[in-house]
Design a binder for this molecule. Structure first.
Ligand SMILES: [Zn+2]
Length: 221
């Protein structure tokens, strides 16, 4: 009897977690969509590894609960990733990518937040204006989140930041919560690739993202 009661109590405690912010981490690509492939690095695998490490690190905190858009190596549409936000009731989303191109010399990480241009063409009825205000709040929070993530990544990759960028993205534009795309480094750059393949770097990136998220939630919203 005692055993059963203990189990019940443990289950209830695990389900409630009232003070935790829910963060949806999106390991981009998956399945037949490999993303960037360069030497032995495959984007879909690296984003998955990072996502799992972020979830592990978040479990050590008292204030974050991490959910993933995919737990396995499978292809997902943008709409499925957006829908996952509602399913897990997440407070924000971070989509993880690995960069490629601009020659072998391009190196470093990039943080993208949603573009502001979409909110301009709202129409004039009050419902549309209220919708715009909500959207603007998410956009402002996205920028704030981007700043926190950038400053914590700066400690892992000093002077490797390529700046905060706003960019049209079907994923980010489809969200009704703050969201970011993080391009964690260049698979096409030999040094970035070597570093990203190291477990130590992956762990440091995961810890940095968790710290950035904690800082974001501690100062609002
Ligand atoms: Zn990608």
């Amino acid at each position: 009897m005692t055993v059963i009661l203990c189990c019940l109590f443990a289950m209830t405690a695990a389900a409630a977690q009232p003070n935790r912010h829910i963060v949806l981490i999106d390991p981009a690509h998956g399945g037949e969509d490999t993303g960037v492939v360069s030497d032995k690095l495959r984007e879909k695998d690296l984003t998955m590894n990072l996502a799992l490490l972020i979830r592990q690190e978040a479990r050590k905190t008292a204030d974050l609960q991490v959910q993933l858009t995919r737990n396995a190596d499978r292809k997902m549409t943008t709409a499925e990733r957006i829908n996952a936000v509602g399913t897990v009731k997440s407070d924000c989303l971070i989509s993880l990518h690995v960069n490629a191109g601009f020659g072998r010399k391009a190196t470093g990480y990039e943080v993208y937040f949603p573009g502001f241009r979409q909110t301009v063409a709202g129409g004039s009825d009050s419902k549309a204006i209220l919708g715009d205000m909500a959207k603007n709040k998410h956009l402002n929070d996205s920028v704030r989140l981007a700043q926190q993530i950038q400053s914590s990544l700066e400690k892992v990759f000093p002077r490797k930041g390529r700046g905060l960028r706003d960019a049209p993205s079907p994923l980010l534009d489809g969200l009704n919560v703050p969201g970011l795309v993080v391009e964690i480094g260049f698979a096409t750059n030999p040094e970035d690739r070597k570093s990203l393949n190291e477990e130590e770097t992956q762990r440091a990136v995961a810890q940095a993202l968790v710290r950035g998220l904690q800082a974001y939630f501690q100062k609002g919203p």
